[in-house]
Ligand binder design. Structure first.
Ligand code: PLP
Length: 449
């Protein structure tokens, strides 16, 4: 049964959707019994799979004790335990945790803490937050101001201060070698040039995703980039914010994707896989000295009502325990490598697949009208949407986005839960192959034309 056409609900699209009945592991069923593979973990959220019994039990136990304790009235055992666990998993010195209920809230919090730090440390001229283009950091006006995704920002431009942007290191479009350290240095130099153009003492922070999500389709930074960016920020006294809302939570083989490279940021924003779909949960994690400077000056003038509620924190803690107990991050790497190899293998049959990229279970492929030049399809063809619907019709969910900044380009994230098995990779590839074969005739005709 499809969603009632006279539904009172509305979101972004008018695609009718089936009514969800239940979900378990990597599968979801609608109320008519049709089964779907959650090939994108929702929106890269359900990292440990659906209906994990340990998480459900931990939530049940917490619910019987208390579901809410306002953060200015109580701390709770669950929020203390989760904050301690998250600090232990992050880099040394990143030991202060501020809970929120989602990714946009985490990003807003990071930007505002950075600003409070500048004010507290007698640097009030610093307020600009440089980010990358394309990028997506959330839908609130503050998070949008650092997002580079025109289709989402354009309607709101008069209502916000657009922050400066530098190119995301999309080496494949620029014809550069990702294994050459000069490539990483090239993009970091663009950041430094932008800092100098703005005036270094006006720049507060640089925000970036260590591994790209929806806007870039699993962009993996080229060699040398992460180290060079860290060095540029430090040299100019600029805070480095890692937006790990999508890349965090273990699917790249580390709890934080930035740990694949080593250098620590100053602030991290996390959400999505942190609550893993069991509860709305997010956090900002910051270096202790940043928080201490802010709290010494006065209160951090920021906060959300549901922050740190015990139910969300108990669920978040159980999620982290399950990831560790079952070696899910290791599986994300080994099965993710297999999935990436199988996706890459599809390029033999489908010449419009221009690129497969990503790391662990955070993978994407992009379709193009010309594999050599990477020219995108005519945007009106809506390749991102068509192929996704073909996959959906076959019971496979993938996550499409425009790859070239919001209006053009077509990529699809393939990011199933970290518990996916090699046999389930076969199932994903089989369904995806069927969808690509249905999509192929028109795509091939458009390539030729
Ligand atoms: N940051 C990144 C990198 C994201 O991918 C998203 C959501 O897709 C957000 C922030 C915003 O998160 P939320 O939708 O939970 O507000």
């Amino acid at each position: 049964m499809l969603q009632n056409s006279r539904s009172h609900l509305f979101y972004q699209t008018d695609h009718p959707r089936p009514v969800l009945d239940r979900a378990e592991g990597i599968y979801m069923w609608d109320i008519e019994g049709n089964r779907f593979i959650d090939g994108s973990s929702g929106a890269m959220v359900c990292n440990i799979g659906h209906s994990n019994p340990h998480v459900l039990e931990a939530m049940r136990r917490q619910m019987e004790k208390s579901t809410f304790g306002y953060r200015l009235h109580f701390v709770t055992e669950a929020s203390e335990a989760l904050a301690a666990k998250v600090s232990e998993l992050a880099w040394p010195g990143m030991d202060r945790v501020f809970f929120v209920s989602g990714g946009s809230e985490a990003v807003e919090s990071a930007i505002k803490l950075a600003r409070e730090w500048a004010v507290a440390t007698a640097q009030p001229s610093r307020w600009k937050v440089i980010s990358r283009y394309p990028s997506y950091h959330g839908c609130t006006l503050g998070a949008l101001s650092v997002s580079g995704y025109d289709a989402l920002t354009d309607p709101y431009l008069p209502m916000m201060v657009q922050m400066p942007k530098v190119p995301a290191p999309r080496w494949w479009l620029d014809g550069l070698d990702p294994d050459d350290p000069a490539t990483g240095a090239h993009y970091a130099q663009m950041l430094e040039a932008q800092i100098l153009e703005e005036g270094a003492d006006s720049v507060l922070a640089f925000i970036m995703e260590p591994v790209g999500g929806a806007s870039t389709g699993a962009l993996v930074p080229p060699k040398g980039y992460m180290e060079a960016v860290r060095e540029v920020c430090t040299r100019h006294g600029i805070l480095l914010i890692h937006d790990e809302v999508l890349s965090g939570g273990g699917r790249t083989g580390h709890m934080f994707a930035g740990q694949n490279w080593g250098d620590a940021p100053d602030i991290i924003a996390i959400s999505k896989g942190f609550g893993a779909g069991y509860v709305p949960l997010g956090a900002m994690i910051a270096r202790g000295e940043i928080v201490e400077a802010v709290l010494k000056k006065g209160p951090f003038a920021h906060g959300f009502t549901y922050a740190g509620n015990p139910l969300a924190c108990a669920a978040g803690l159980a999620v982290l325990e399950e990831i560790e107990r079952h070696g899910m991050m290791q599986n994300a790497v080994s099965t993710g490598d297999l999935l990436k190899a199988r996706l890459t293998g599809l390029m033999d049959e489908f010449p419009f697949i221009g690129e497969v990229r990503g790391i662990g279970m955070l993978l994407a492929f992009e379709v193009v009208a010309d594999r050599k030049t990477k020219a995108p399809f005519d945007p009106a063809f809506k390749a991102y949407d068509r192929l996704t619907e073909e996959a959906y019709a076959r019971g496979l969910i993938i996550y499409p986005r425009r790859s070239r900044g919001g209006y053009a380009g077509d990529h699809y994230l393939v990011a199933p839960p970290m518990i996916t098995t090699p046999a389930q990779v076969d199932e994903i590839i089989e369904k995806l192959t069927g969808a690509l074969r249905a999509f192929a005739p028109e795509a091939l005709a458009r390539m030729a034309g």
